[in-house]
Ligand binder design. Structure first.
Ligand SMILES: Cc1ncc(COP(=O)(O)O)c(C=O)c1O
Length: 452
């Protein structure tokens, strides 16, 4: 314990000393490994923590996922039911009904994860070898994996640097005779420009598969993400705003697609009964335990989302005031964003030319669990690994693959990937002072960037 000067007030700090903090916290452990080994503890109260100063924050942010007695009771109930699988589990049909109702959509089919929901979406829409899917390059790799698993080509649409979303004005010129779907990703829990995307899809008569894996309860013009396109896909992986360890779901207003999804998920078995395998399918069923947790998490989802939303909006407003800090922007038609992550870009010039990695290290040392954003997926080696595989070469001609390589450029996305950073959502679910700490840390690092 020690006395500290903070915001002009001398007060007793009831948290750990810097050394105790560094020894005891995981953020601190990261800071230990990142801090210059010989850095002396600075007597300058404004010195960056990276240079031996006092960190802005020594307390950890709230942890995630969170549980209470209801999660425990549901799990125990499911366990004691001895009906654990997709056919006879109590909680799976309950959750499918509840999630569809919460979104205001016709049907919901639970899957083992969001990646499988995306893959299943492509399968039930008949998209496969030889087809092209227009997709955002600023996403988690799962989105692209699902397309490649279907032996379709992911055609990357450039990003809108301000919103981090697929740029709707970059879609049209990438449409070809092989285009079979548009797959926008609602990145960080904020809506992609569904107005323009749906209009282009309609013009070219292709379905829209919404990757809403990060977009639980967020809205475009008052409608929930995942319900605007032909199908929507969700992830309930542990870090997500609605977590269950590992699980996902496909939703749609089209009864035929929901029926096809149920069939596909169950080896293509005739849904009307009997032992005949009606269509191509596989096993994308899950155990009841994840759904038991989801039913409990669902009771708290609205409350936590409201806090996250309030703090996310406040953080955005405050960070904007710091030179060189540019929070992710939202389209005016996006009526709700639920901040699976809080994303931002930095302007190197306003940070004395410091590279992003240095800025992140400095923020980590101030107690901020911030990370670099996504890499440019269109340039990652796994793309070439797929294109040169025996499977892809047997589907696509050399000319077609060479043409694909030539067109695979997204300069704005490169810029976004080089400058973006993000916090996971749990920094927003505590108190306002948590958010104030983030603002203070950014202001401190920006002001002292010349020392990096
Ligand atoms: C944008 C996006 N799409 C798809 C997925 C895949 O979801 P899952 O991890 O449940 O397979 C994720 C998961 O992080 C995601 O963030």
């Amino acid at each position: 314990m020690r006395w500290i000067e903070r915001k002009g007030t001398k007060m007793r700090d009831n948290v750990l000393t810097r050394r105790e903090f560094l020894e005891k916290t995981s953020v601190g452990l990261a800071a230990v490994s990142m801090a210059p080994k010989a850095a002396a503890v600075s007597s300058d109260p404004n010195a960056l923590a990276l240079n031996g100063g006092t960190p802005v924050r020594t307390k950890p942010f709230p942890s995630w996922p969170q549980t209470n007695e209801l999660d425990e009771a549901n799990i125990l109930k499911s366990l004691r039911n001895h009906r654990w699988c997709t056919f006879d589990g109590e909680f799976i049909p309950k959750f499918e009904k509840a999630w569809a109702a919460r979104l205001g959509v016709g049907g919901c089919v639970i899957t083992p994860c969001g990646t499988h929901a995306l893959h299943m979406a492509l399968e039930i829409l008949g998209i496969g070898p030889g087809d092209e899917v227009l997709v955002s390059p600023y996403t988690y790799i799962a989105t692209i994996d699902a397309i490649l698993l279907s032996y379709a080509l992911p055609v990357f649409v450039d990003s809108d640097v301000r919103t981090f979303q697929l740029d709707p004005d970059d879609i049209e010129h990438r449409v070809t005779e092989h285009t079979r779907a548009i797959l926008p990703v609602h990145i960080f829990g904020a809506p992609a420009h569904m107005g323009k995307i749906l209009a282009i899809a309609e013009k070219h008569n292709v379905p829209v598969i919404e990757d809403a894996c990060q977009g639980h309860l967020a809205e475009w013009r008052g409608k929930k993400l995942g319900t605007l396109g032909t199908v929507g896909c969700f992830s309930f992986q542990e870090t997500k705003n609605l977590p269950a360890g590992e699980a996902g779901a496909l939703v749609s207003n089209r009864e035929d697609l929901i029926a096809r999804a149920y069939t596909f998920r169950n080896f293509g078995l005739n849904p009307k009964g009997g032992d005949r395998y009606a269509v191509r399918g596989t096993k994308y069923r899950i155990s009841d335990f994840a759904a038991a947790v989801l039913m409990a998490q669902l009771t708290r989802l609205d409350k936590v989302c409201a806090i996250r939303e309030k703090h996310g909006a406040y953080l955005g407003e405050e960070l904007k005031k710091i030179p060189g800090v540019m929070p992710q922007e939202h389209y005016p038609e996006s009526t709700r964003q639920t901040y699976y992550c809080f994303g931002l870009r930095y302007d190197k010039e306003r940070f004395s030319g410091a590279p992003r990695e240095k800025v992140i290290k400095a923020l980590n040392a101030e107690g901020m669990p911030i990370n670099a954003g996504y890499p440019p997926l269109n340039k990652e080696p796994f793309i070439e690994d797929n294109l040169t595989s025996r499977g892809f070469r047997s589907v696509y001609s050399k000319e077609r693959l060479d043409g694909y390589r030539e067109r695979n450029e997204c300069p704005h996305n490169d810029e976004l990937c080089a400058t973006s950073m993000y916090f996971l959502q749990q920094v927003l679910i505590g108190s306002k002072s948590d958010v104030d700490d983030i603002v203070e840390a950014f202001a401190k690092v920006q002001k002292n960037a010349a020392m990096l």
